[in-house]
Design a protein around this ligand. Structure first.
Ligand code: ZN
Length: 329
């Protein structure tokens, strides 16, 4: 396979702190020999594992970039053993545009792995992670939040994996991250995910959904900042004590956890994130908006659990994700 066109402005084998860019050639009308410049930091000291930390895999999710721009600025080599590679905004064009997907090619970073070295801009970034960055890593943390269209109770997640030893490693790392909720996750659509790419290489992988709505709060940014430090301590890279608070374990056992809209209209939540719900309980109404007097469509929980995720905007369309019910363990 051909080489990836990205040129790293950092030396991954050098000790100390480096701030640079991954420079990806991007020829276009306003800059014939131009580039996408993706910020990257490498903090390295002595022997130890490598952590690969990413945010803005989707460009409109902000807790990850907040935690990682902060960490890149403040992490000192003398406080670590090993190496920390930080890319605060993985889909950098999407992040700069405040969008989930890239404004250059429409690429959704978490549906495009393993990418291609001769593909679109988004595919080239994915290929660089697939063949250059992921192979260097022992532990991989990819921050997500709901973005502009989703909202969640703040959780860290680990996947159900065929290799139970790896699954246990991922779960232990998720517990160390110590978000208010810790979720064993069933993916709706796992093909092309960065998660799967990391897991297929045997990496210890943790992801998150830390609220959403296309912004961050002090509370959720705090969860991200504490979580990444805890994860680095857990991995044996950062010196210090884990900061652990109670975390509710959740499971998503099957497809009944996910509710999708069958109609368009005005979205009225009947319960809020974190509320307990029972099978059959109405969780949301969707009102027809073309005239008054129409009955709203009621959506029900299909199992007992916690109202853990929801559609965020006030209007909803047919086929939109409407709610996630997760089951306390
Ligand atoms: Zn995301």
């Amino acid at each position: 396979m051909r080489d990836n066109p990205i040129v790293a402005g950092v030396d991954f084998d050098q000790r100390g702190v480096q701030h640079g860019h991954l420079r990806l050639p991007w020829s276009r009308d306003d800059s014939a020999w131009g580039s996408v410049m993706i910020p990257i930091s490498v903090i390295s000291n002595g022997d130890g594992p490598t952590a690969l930390l990413t945010g803005a895999n989707h460009g409109d999710e902000y807790e990850g970039p907040i935690a990682l721009f902060n960490l890149a600025r403040t992490l000192r080599p003398e406080d670590i053993s090993g190496r920390v590679i930080i890319v605060p905004a993985m889909n950098y064009p999407a992040f700069r545009a405040g969008r989930r997907t890239s404004p250059i090619d429409g690429g959704n970073m978490n549906r495009i792995f393993p990418g291609r070295p001769d593909g679109t801009v988004t595919e080239k970034i994915a290929d660089y992670f697939q063949r250059t960055l992921l192979p260097m890593a022992d532990v991989v943390l990819d921050f997500h939040s709901g973005g502009r269209t989703l909202d969640f109770v703040p959780f860290a997640a680990a996947h159900i994996l065929p290799d139970k030893e790896q699954e246990a490693r991922c779960r232990a790392a998720m517990e160390a991250f110590n978000a208010p909720y810790s979720l064993s996750m069933l993916e709706i659509d796992a093909v092309g995910m960065y998660d799967s790419a990391a897991e297929e290489m045997g990496k210890t992988f943790v992801t998150t959904e830390l609220s959403g709505g296309g912004t961050a709060s002090a509370y959720t940014a705090g969860i991200a900042k504490k979580g990444v430090r805890n994860l680095l301590i857990h991995a044996g890279i950062l010196k210090g004590e884990l900061e652990i608070a109670p975390s509710q374990r959740l499971d998503t056992p099957d497809g009944r956890c996910f509710v999708f809209a069958q109609d368009e209209g005005l979205f009225e939540p009947v319960v809020d994130l974190g509320d307990s719900v029972q099978e059959g309980q109405v969780i949301a109404l969707v009102h027809p908006v073309d005239r008054t007097g129409g009955e709203p469509k009621a959506y029900h929980a299909r199992l007992d659990g916690i109202f853990a995720g929801r559609h965020f905007p006030g209007l909803i369309k047919q086929g939109d994700f409407l709610a996630m019910i997760a089951v306390p363990v």
